[in-house]
Design a protein around this ligand. Structure first.
Ligand code: T3D
Length: 263
C-alpha cells in the first residue's frame, strides 16, 4: 500500500511511522486511519521490527480528528461520531496497545484531542520542551475518546484527570512530565536523536523478555498480586532457557556488552 497521509520507514529493527498532514497539524482523516491500520498490521506481523516509533511531521504532533467535515451544513446530515469512533479510533488505540513490541511516541509539538490520547496509548512518551497536550474535547462539546478517560486517571489520578478533561487547558511538556504523562522531555532540536537512542537501547535488548515485560506490566494493572507473581514465575521458567539469558550472564562474567540475538 502506498501511503499518502503517513510516512513509514523501517531499518535495523526500528520502524518509524510519521503522521504526515503538517498543514492540518496531522489531524486524522479516514484515509489516515486506514493507512495507520495497515502500517500497524505490517509492524505487528514483522518479527524483525523490535521497536516502533510514532511521531508527527512539521510543528505539531496531531490535532485529533480533522474537523473540516464535522460542521453540520444547513439541511445536511451530521456525521455519526459513534461510528467514527467505532471504525477508526477504537481500532487504533487497541492496535497500539496490543502490539507485542515496544511503542515509543515522539511528541514533536501540540497534541490535541485524540492526538493527545493516541500518545498516551503508546508505551513511552518523549516530548520536546515546546510540546503541549490539550484534552480539547469539552471545547467542542464532545467527550474524550481514544482512551482519554481510561489512560489519564491511571496516570495522574481521577481528580487531576477530571480537571484536565473538564477545563481543556493546555499542559506544557514540563508539567506533563511532572504529572507522569510524559517520560522524558528533551530540547526541540534533540527529539529525533533522543528518541532513536532510546529505541536503539530497547531494540538491542533481549527481545523475548522485552516483549514479555510489556505483557506483564499491562496485565498487572488488572490482576491481583498473587496471580501476577504466578505469571512471573512461569514466564521466568521460559526466559531462563533462552540463548539471550546465557549470553547476558556470559557477558557479565566476561565484563563485556551482551550481544543479544532475540533467541
Ligand atoms: O469527529 C469524530 O470522528 C469524533 C472523534 C473526535 C476525536 C477528536 O480528536 S475531537 C478533537 C478535535 N481536535 C480539536 O478540537 C483541536 C482543534 N485544533 C486546535 O484547537 C488548535 O489548532 C491547536 C490547539 C491544536 C493548535 O493551535 P495553533 O494556534 O497552534 O494552530 P492553528 O492555527 O489552530 O492550526 C494550524 C492549522 O491547522 C489551521 O489551519 P489554517 O488556518 O492555517 O488554514 C487549523 O485550522 C488547522 N487545524 C488544526 N487543528 C485542526 C485543523 N484542521 C482541521 N482539524 C483540526 N483538528
Amino acid at each position: 500500500m502506498a501511503y499518502e497521509s503517513i510516512l513509514f520507514q523501517s531499518a535495523d529493527g526500528i520502524a518509524r511511522i510519521t503522521l504526515n498532514r503538517p498543514d492540518r497539524l496531522n489531524s486524522f482523516t479516514s484515509a489516515m486511519h486506514a493507512e495507520l491500520r495497515e502500517a500497524l498490521a505490517q509492524v505487528s506481523g514483522d518479527r524483525s521490527v523490535r521497536v516502533l516509533l510514532l511521531t508527527g511531521a512539521g510543528r505539531g504532533f496531531c490535532a485529533g480528528q480533522d474537523l473540516s467535515d464535522r460542521a453540520v451544513a444547513p439541511g445536511g446530515a451530521p456525521v455519526d461520531l459513534g461510528e467514527s469512533i467505532e471504525n477508526n479510533y477504537r481500532p487504533l488505540v487497541l492496535a497500539l496497545r496490543s502490539l507485542p513490541l515496544p511503542v515509543v511516541c515522539a511528541v514533536n509539538g501540540v497534541a490535541a484531542g485524540a492526538g493527545a490520547n493516541i500518545a498516551l496509548a503508546c508505551d513511552i512518551v518523549i516530548a520536546t520542551q515546546s510540546a503541549s497536550f490539550i484534552q480539547a474535547f469539552c471545547k467542542i462539546g464532545l467527550i474524550p475518546d481514544s482512551g482519554g478517560t481510561y489512560f489519564l486517571p491511571r496516570l495522574v489520578g481521577a481528580a487531576k484527570a477530571l480537571e484536565l478533561l473538564w477545563t481543556a487547558d493546555f499542559i506544557e511538556a514540563p508539567e506533563a512530565h511532572r504529572l507522569g504523562i510524559v517520560q522524558r522531555v528533551v530540547p526541540d532540536a534533540e527529539l529525533k536523536d533522543a528518541t532513536y537512542a532510546l529505541a536503539r537501547q530497547i531494540a538491542d535488548g533481549p527481545q523475548i523478555p522485552v516483549r514479555m515485560i510489556k505483557r506483564l506490566v499491562y496485565q498487572s494493572l488488572k490482576l491481583d498480586l498473587r496471580t501476577h507473581l504466578d505469571l512471573v514465575s512461569s514466564h521466568m521458567s521460559i526466559v531462563r532457557q533462552t540463548a539471550d539469558h546465557a549470553e547476558g550472564v556470559a557477558a557479565f562474567k566476561e565484563k563485556r556488552p551482551a550481544n543479544f540475538r532475540g533467541k
